[in-house]
Write a protein that binds this ligand. Sequence first.
Ligand code: ARG
Length: 578
Amino acid sequence: MNLHTLLLERFKTALAAIGAPEDSPAPLSKSTRPEFGEYQFNGAMALAKVLKAKPRDIAEKIVEAVSLDDVASKLEIAGPGFINIHLKSEWMGTQLDRALNDARLNIEQTANDIVVIDYSSPNLAKEMHVGHLRSTIIGDAVAKTLEFMGNKVIRQNHMGDWGTQFGMLLAHLSDKLNANEVAETALSDLEDFYREAKVRFDDEDGFADRAREYVVKLQSGDPDCAKLWEKFIDVSIAHSEEVYDKLNVSLTREHVMGESAYNDDLANVVAILKEKGLAVEDQGAQVVFLPELADKEGNPAVYIIQKSGGGYLYATTDLAAIRYRCQKLNANRTLIFTDARQALHFKQTEIVARKADFINDEQTYEHCPFGMMLGSDGKPFKTRSGGTVKLADLLDEAIERAETLLAKRESDLSDAERKDVARKVGIGAVKYADLSKNRTTDYMFNWDTMLSFEGNTAPYLQYAYTRIQSIVRKAGVNPTELSASIVVSESQEHALAVKLLQFVEAINQVTAEGTPHVLCSYLYDVASAFMSFYEACPILKDSIDENVRNSRLKLALMTANTLKKGLDLLGIDTMEKM
Ligand code: ARG
């Protein structure tokens, strides 16, 4: 059940009944203060002009025409013609009872798009770094949320597994293997390996030439070289998988659709663009001029799709990827999560792809940019010595810190249980810290804030969840056998009930905008509403009437289910005890 949709439909029917034109705007929003009810309908003002009447009179007509007796206890007209909607407690109770007995929390699958999500997408020549952490975490949360609503999600890990730097890396790897090293050991630290290869490339006589030969061999499909490349890629993907496992994200090898996958189509892409008169030769290169993105002097932007030596670029691959996604996979939407510095590239790519009809007007191409992860000094996140932070190390540190924190808290957990909780809290904290910030801004990485049990953090929400579980255990009842239905009477119950019924609205915003922080704020509000409710409405006190107690327990359980489902969509674990 979607409260917003339900109210909107009723109002639209009412508008038709009072003779409003079919496409009349029907603005319905959440009220900003409890005394204004839960929702506000603001359609009367715009209609006043069309129907040539006073807005307040129109509002009165709408109130008369709208059929909301089952849902609302009161509709009141305020100001120039706002209609405030106060929800009926009985109705909310019934809805919550229904949601409590349903695995999907009474949320229907209302979407059925085919959505390609391009996320994580690390460069395999090097270790995964913090930029890919953001892409991985945010992309995965959006993927899960889209899936929950019924979309067919196709995950694509557009790994950087191709390009001239592989010549240098393969030449170096070949030497190591000839010296009887195995690939796994040689590549155990990709960062070191890359550095060694680069030093040889810059300083060692003849090495740069060999590196270039390897590039040619790789591109011409030489079988020995291909084997070497596969070895390299295989070990490097395994490094990423280690990070995915630790992070508990849903990416696996079958989602890898690296740059190399489009090799065979690149010449074709250039040929099509030439044939359509979009690409022209400029100083030996094939370029597309983009007057849409001209500079101040009016010079069009130059989008290169083939270098003068014949080599292809990142851009060429992305054009091939659009063709594949839109024409073979029939994606209605394509979402790409990378840092904001690539915004221009994707803008240009989209313009070119649309002109070339690789993507049609109904299909979207949505670059979802994010800001940088900064250290506490406000500068890009680095190790103390200024190196790139290895993700695997970062995640291990998160777990260790959570372990130290938990050791200080009183609990009856066994050692093994505590280790498990520490992992869930540590990883949850890192993920949530990232997810809870509006992704478009830079964000500051701070261990103390993310691991705090207070504020908008994973530990706070995980704790709220376990606290409810412990209340239910203490009550000594079987949650599936609770008699009595949910009765919403106290104002704190009312506030919590409304919040709980708005889950799907938060979810829909995440799927439309690719912004998991909306869901985070929502869950934080739910947990806070629960805390106020629990303070005002005791559950475990002996003096409480059984029906009241059971109703409150059910409200608590519904809160727990919502927190669990929400955290699950974000890729964060909950636990029964902590
Ligand atoms: N490998 C790229 C990077 O690390 C990200 C790729 C994003 N996806 C794409 N289709 N270009 O920056």
